[in-house]
Write a protein that binds this ligand. Structure first.
Ligand code: NAP
Ligand code: ZN
Length: 380
């Protein structure tokens, strides 16, 4: 989800305070209720945002649930200012599940009343080699669901902390009917972001897989690694998560602050997924990889991480990163979740508690994803 730096910076538009944004909303334009941050230090608060009239290629959704990703918090507080500066007001939210209320005349995949989902992307150029390979997440002209230039309305895109959204059909996903909807919403980011690198790096039955950080992403990684038949080891800084890690599917749990426990696993992992949101020592994990093992970073801390060359050279180990996944793979992941009945473990909250939820996220105090019940926004 983190496109190349330079073109993005060039395309970032000037910010508007929430009240001015409302003034710019033409009276005839459809609007939605939303929660927005007006600055990096503001709490999120109720506002009104413009949404476009659906084109013949668009699907309009009433949003039922939206997950809270740690990326929402990084972005709202402008912690990624060097790569993706935040444009205010910022309406986050890219784990969206909703019900279709309107489809454009060219739409064949959805009809009003269907369940549908939207993840981190809402558009791409569809013509570049990345798009043609089904890897829209790498398209240089991809549009993220929020804080990205909006090709239709100008300004920036606004995300899922709102009561409705209008999205091109190609970026709308089908939700398996057996899944709990509050728990399905986080699949749209936490799910695909952990599923995709496991598929890419050949995580299959019998492999030894490490998951670092048992948060929203980490707990999904444990569920997928388990469903793929691997031996799963969770690394956590939170001793109070040991029982949950085992319940979620871990075979072993290591308290990462205990050096002696870490040492037992040196040179043994085929694959490690690092889903930590804050500064930490990644060398300690690279050393746990076996020859040709890979560690993939999906966590995106504010500060750079340091890597000694020899930790990679010895053992021909590799360190890589991975952003979300393409649309086809996101559908594949949702269908996999339907088959294996996998959803996120969620704490459902009304949108009025979103600021409290952010504070708790910072303390690693969520089991294991907040999912906003958007009925709470409609009732206001
Ligand atoms: P989260 O729910 O807050 O989980 C992060 C986990 O990291 C915490 O539960 C905690 O696990 C661990 N942690 C936190 N502070 C730590 C510290 N100081 N030292 C060591 N471990 C620490 O966050 P999330 O929503 O899963 O997101 C995780 C990261 O992935 C964020 O940076 C987010 O922006 C990024 N992300 C990336 C992508 C992508 O496309 N690559 C997509 C979505 C999110 P324990 O309590 O178990 O230690
Ligand atoms: Zn996310």
């Amino acid at each position: 989800m983190y496109a190349e730096t330079r073109p993005l910076r060039a395309r970032v538009l000037p910010s508007l305070p929430v009240s001015e944004e409302m003034a710019h909303t033409q009276s005839s334009m459809p609007t939605a209720k939303a929660y927005a941050a007006a600055s990096a230090t503001s709490s999120l608060a109720l506002t009104t945002i413009p949404r476009r009239e659906p084109t013949p290629y668009d699907v309009q959704l009433d949003i039922l649930f939206c997950g809270i990703c740690h990326s929402d918090l990084h972005q709202v507080r402008n912690e990624w200012s060097g790569v993706m500066p935040t444009v205010y007001p910022c309406v986050p939210g890219h784990e969206i599940v909703g019900r279709v209320t309107h489809v454009g005349s060219a739409i064949t995949k959805f009809k009003p009343g269907d369940l549908a989902a939207v993840g981190c992307m809402v558009d791409s150029d569809r013509t570049c080699p990345e798009c043609q390979a089904g890897l829209e997440q790498f398209c240089g002209n991809m549009t993220l669901t929020y804080n990205f230039p909006d090709r239709h309305l100008g300004g920036v895109t606004y995300g899922g902390y709102s009561d409705s959204i209008v999205v091109d059909e190609r970026f709308v996903l089908r939700v398996p009917s057996n899944l709990d909807l509050a728990g399905a919403a986080p699949l749209l980011c936490a799910g695909i972001t952990t599923y995709s690198p496991m598929r890419h790096w050949g995580v299959t039955r019998g492999k030894k897989v490490g998951v670092v950080g048992l948060g929203g992403l980490g707990h999904m990684a444990v569920k997928f690694a388990r469903a793929l038949g691997t031996h799963v080891v969770v690394f956590t800084t939170s001793p109070n998560k040991i029982e949950d890690a085992l319940r979620l599917g871990a075979d072993e749990v290591v308290i990462s602050r205990h050096a002696d426990e870490m040492k037992k696993h040196v040179g043994s992992f085929d694959f490690i997924l690092d889903a930590v949101s804050a500064d930490h020592d990644i060398t300690a994990y690279i050393e746990l990889l076996r020859r040709d093992g890979n560690m993939t970073l999906v966590g995106a801390p504010e500060k750079p991480l340091s890597v000694p060359a020899f930790s990679l050279i010895f053992g021909r180990r590799s360190l890589s990163g991975s952003p979300i996944g393409g649309i086809a793979e996101t559908q594949e992941m949702l269908d996999f979740c339907g088959t294996h009945t996998i959803t996120a473990d969620v704490e459902v909250i009304p949108i009025q508690k979103v600021n409290e939820a952010y504070d708790r996220l910072l303390k690693s105090d969520v089991k294991y994803r907040f999912s906003i019940d958007m009925a709470s926004l409609k009732s206001k």
